[in-house]
Design a protein around this ligand. Structure first.
Ligand SMILES: [Zn+2]
Length: 134
């Protein structure tokens, strides 16, 4: 995000440009508009122990987390999803070189996404929490 007054690069959370003092409020989306999040896609880490043939995918949409993995017969994919309204917590289970992400719902549904890099896992956790707490 850049200042509309002087073009200075901004972090995005300033109320005023530190260079020229112009208010940044008119650059933010109008308040009546509900915040929408873009869809993000993460793949399990092939080089860190995930399957080469079938990286698993965790997709974070504006409304839900979708986990897509090959089933045990390697035919087609199994897919499960939990809407943010039903997610109760997200935990990272750090292993030696990568990590699993555990997503718990208020029901008995649970997603265990395995073999994601630690940096992906942290990003996934924070992106899910942003959407839950919006
Ligand atoms: Zn400025």
């Amino acid at each position: 995000m850049y200042c509309s007054g002087c073009g200075n690069q901004l972090q995005g959370d300033e109320k005023f440009c530190p260079e020229c003092g112009k208010s940044t409020s008119n650059e933010k989306s109008s308040p009546e508009k509900k915040e929408e999040f873009e869809t993000l896609e993460f793949k399990s880490s092939i080089l860190l122990g995930g399957s080469i043939l079938s990286p698993e995918k965790l997709i974070i949409t504006d409304t839900a987390v979708v986990y897509r993995k090959r089933n045990k017969y390697l035919i087609g994919t199994d897919e499960s999803s939990i809407p943010f309204s039903r997610i109760s917590s997200v935990e990272i289970n750090r292993k030696l070189i990568d990590s699993d992400i555990l997503i718990y719902s208020t029901g008995n549904q649970k997603i265990v996404a395995q073999d994601f890099s630690i940096s992906s896992a942290k990003e996934i956790k924070s992106e899910i929490e942003r959407r839950i707490n919006r």
